[in-house]
Design a protein around this ligand. Structure first.
Ligand code: PRT
Ligand code: ZN
Length: 213
């Protein structure tokens, strides 16, 4: 799971609602669950897809945006990119959108424009499907200031309330990907004992999710 960020609290809350108890230490990567044969690994969210796809972790909780970006990148690199989608978790909802300057005509073509993003693979995939020739400009942060800084003509970034776009004089033009947190598993069958634990966890999870509906 993500160590500290937007998905951390909801992930822990969900695991606790499933009856798991952890003694978390800020400095420690790993925490053991009490009464469950399960260890919790807390890392940067960007590391989660690869850990699961490489089989280093059995399960992962991660946003679909990070998951699909990693899958596309690993596919291009020829690295293992398979995983099993177990459950949609109904938190961490957001969308990956292209936004341009608010004062610009929102129908102005994106053709030939530079688009700043932290999601170059998702953006390239969408541009290819739409048949648009534009140039992704990779930025790992502060994407929303790129047009003002003259680094790009538009951006492709995560949006939830839209407040950040508005505060930066930008307007949403196209939603290219919708995301929420997902529970994923490494590809292939788990050893018998782990499979039993996973099924127990999924039963609890389904109960918690039904009770929340
Ligand atoms: O340190 P680490 O690498 O683990 O964390 P991170 O900084 O990469 O990610 P983090 O914690 O910011 O986000 C984790 C995940 O939360 C994302 O990958 C998404 O799946 C999900 N999520 C949901 C969001 C948002 N909503 C969101 N609004 N992630 C980021 N944002 C940012 C967005 O990038 C923009 O800067 O919030 C701003 C926009 O929000 P609004 O409400 O102003 O539109
Ligand atoms: Zn991250």
């Amino acid at each position: 799971m993500q160590k500290s960020g937007r998905l951390s609290d909801d992930t822990l809350k969900l695991l606790r609602a499933c009856g798991l108890r952890f003694n978390l230490h800020e400095a420690r990567l790993m925490a053991h669950a009490e009464d469950w044969p399960l260890d919790l690994l807390r890392v940067r969210d960007d590391d989660i897809p690869g850990l699961v796809m490489d089989g280093a972790a059995d399960l992962g909780v991660v946003g679909e945006n990070v998951l699909e970006e990693a899958r596309l990148e690993r596919e291009v690199a020829g690295s293992p990119a398979d995983y099993r989608l177990l459950r949609s978790l109904d938190f961490g909802h957001c969308r990956l959108s292209i936004a341009g300057r608010a004062e610009e005509d929102s129908a102005a073509p994106l053709e030939g424009r530079r688009i700043a993003t932290s999601y170059p693979y998702l953006l390239r995939d969408w541009l290819r499907r739409e048949g648009i020739q534009a140039t992704p400009v990779m930025l790992t942060g502060s994407v929303e200031v790129a047009p003002r800084a003259g680094l790009a003509d538009a951006i492709c970034d995560l949006v939830s309330t839209g407040g950040t776009l508005e505060a930066n004089g930008l307007r949403e033009r196209e939603v290219i990907f919708r995301s929420q947190a997902q529970l994923i598993a490494r590809p292939g069958a788990l050893p018998e004992a782990q499979q039993v634990t996973l099924e127990r966890l999924l039963r609890r999870l389904d109960g918690v999710q039904q009770a929340r509906e």
